[in-house]
Ligand binder design. Sequence first.
Ligand code: NAP
Length: 248
Amino acid sequence: MQKTVLITGASRGIGAATALMAVQRGYAVAVNYRSDAAAAADVVSRIEAAGGRAVAIRADVAAETEVLHLFEETERQLGPLSALVNNAAILEPQMTLETMSAERLQRVFATNVIGSLLCAREAVKRLSTRHGGPGGAIVNVSSMAARLGSANEYVDYAASKGAIDSFTLGLAREVAADGIRVNAVRPGLIHTDMHASGGEPGRIERLKGSVPMRRGGQAEEVAAAILWLLSDEASYTTASFIEVSGGR
Ligand code: NAP
């Protein structure tokens, strides 16, 4: 039977690249997005043009009712879930902590942390062999920011990714005996629109000299690591992290 993967935030960037690569590996793909319906529809069209199966489903991962709807729709339209990629996240304009509002902190943690936990919860309910599920895999998209801290740019975002790292370890150990592997990737400086959200579209140009490989990465280079962690080739790998950061 064809495997189904749900990828949050798959309308562009790393999520979209992962969706396109997942189809090449034989998955049916649920392309989740929050606001850009046209971009999500374009990802689905590209998948269908390549002979694959995909659906776009709108849901804000920070809203519990929308997460429940996202999982129900994924299974209704594509069949039983096999895997989850917790990719959706937000980044807000660069500033020091002194000037960050409480509302901003709530927004960043609601999407990046609570959204990922809620999606993982719904995936575990469906995948766990303890509940009669088939087992499966979850990949969380963390960041090198979790290790580096993002001083003077966005310590809130970095802290949210630190939470993702702890959550990856804890959940992996919680569900390891129930047939579910949980791992994470930590991308470094990747060419996507996210840097513009932080207010500096040219950020990689400024920082690439600090990368041992002297360049930013492509979304496909992250997608390849995610797809490996999802695959049976990673069958004894759980509670692990792959850094896709050019050595940074
Ligand atoms: P991006 O280009 O900004 O794309 C973000 C995606 O997430 C979009 O599809 C967006 O959908 C979706 N999204 C945002 N908030 C959402 C919500 N509340 N519910 C559902 N979907 C939501 O980002 P990216 O660079 O590809 O980043 C993907 C992941 O990699 C994130 O976890 C990010 O933290 C991580 N990462 C990126 C880099 C980098 O250098 N780019 C480095 C380290 C880690 P809409 O457009 O529809 O809102």
